[in-house]
Design a protein around this ligand. Structure first.
Ligand code: GDP
Length: 324
């Protein structure tokens, strides 16, 4: 039976994809009454979440993310897994926007009964895209999906957000290492549990090998204290080459990092970070929404700019105002 939130939890638990889609629509809604309904749904099912391997997949547009996810998703389904794909596209104005508007994306995977594919809309509210994607991910787990692939475009904050909500972060790269080594400068490589050089088919096989070697040596300079050492692989998503190698790596990770408690520790740490971020956002929201504080802000800013008040004293005045 649907609860006050209009979502039939039994059907959700049974893995019904339409119910899951409806539940995600609810958590994505910007309406205040929907937000409350979504919260009550999440509270009801949250204890049942957590049962998937959460995999983030990132890379610049054109690197082959959707081709790769389809190939990997089909391989995982063939091995008996249920696979959910969530796509984070900060540039998309709404669900079904730029990233997934193209109906041909992951067409074969979307026809599989054991797969669920969902784009996320951009969002400008508390927690933003990250909030919706986190909550959608939990709902996929409640619906029994045991692998959740979170796709994001390799630009900016969304990449960092996704890395902060998954158990395994995989970065897809192009074989022309020269440009792609930029990823090292951007710090993305430091977030990665695996770097996968795609398009290693006939034309670019040797380039892919060269790139692999360069990434190997770049990774070897990073310090790791986790039980998992990041790896570099090559594959061709288009020709389905070494996708089984990627799949085997994920299975190995699930075994090694799961058994050692590393995934649980990583999730605990991610939750702490997430709480800190939400706290900051809530404080900022309160500052903006409280009329007295909003009025005080420009006065304090002027006083700080004029050197009449120290930045610390001004910040303290604002924060002490919050407590009242
Ligand atoms: P996305 O923008 O990262 O999602 O990339 P797409 O999956 O849409 O792929 C971009 C283009 O690269 C498409 O024309 C794909 O057919 C092509 N592509 C993807 N994977 C491979 C591959 O392994 N080898 C080759 N040669 N082309 C690929």
């Amino acid at each position: 039976m649907p609860g006050g939130h209009g979502v039939d939890i039994e059907r959700l638990r049974a893995g019904d994809r339409r119910t899951l889609a409806r539940a995600i629509t609810l958590v994505e809604s910007l309406r205040e009454d929907h937000r409350e309904a979504a919260q009550s749904l999440l509270e009801a099912v949250l204890p049942e979440a957590g049962g998937s391997l959460r995999v983030g997949i990132s890379g610049v547009p054109g690197v082959g993310k959707s081709t790769f996810i389809e190939a990997l998703g089909l391989a995982l389904v063939a091995a008996g897994h249920r696979v959910a794909v969530l796509a984070v596209d900060p540039s998309s104005p709404r669900a079904g926007g730029s990233l997934l508007g193209d109906k041909t994306r992951m067409e074969r995977l979307s026809r599989s009964q054991a797969a669920f594919i969902r784009p996320s809309p951009a969002a400008g509210t508390l927690g933003g895209v990250a909030l919706r994607t986190r909550e959608s991910l939990l709902l996929c787990e409640v619906a029994g999906f045991d692998v959740v692939l979170v796709e994001t475009v390799g630009v900016g904050q969304s990449e960092v957000d996704v890395a902060g909500m998954v158990d395994f972060f995989l970065v897809l790269l192009l074989p022309n290492a020269g440009d792609e080594l930029q990823g090292i400068k951007r710090g993305i490589v430091e977030l990665a549990d695996a770097l996968v050089v795609n398009k290693a088919d006939a034309a670019s096989a040797s380039q892919a090998e060269t790139a692999r070697g360069q990434y190997e040596s770049a990774l070897s300079m990073l310090h790791h204290d986790a039980p998992w050492r990041p790896r570099v692989l090559t594959c061709s998503a288009l020709e389905d080459r070494n996708i089984d190698g990627v799949q085997a790596m994920l299975e190995e990770y699930r075994a090694v990092a799961g058994d050692s408690g590393y995934i649980a520790r990583r999730r605990a740490w991610q939750n702490e970070q997430w709480m800190t971020r939400l706290t900051h956002e809530l404080v900022e929201q309160r500052l903006r929404q409280d009329p007295a504080l909003a009025a005080l802000l420009p006065t304090l800013q002027r006083a700080v700019a004029a050197g009449e008040l120290s930045p610390l004293a001004a910040a303290r005045r604002l924060v002490s105002g919050l407590a009242q």
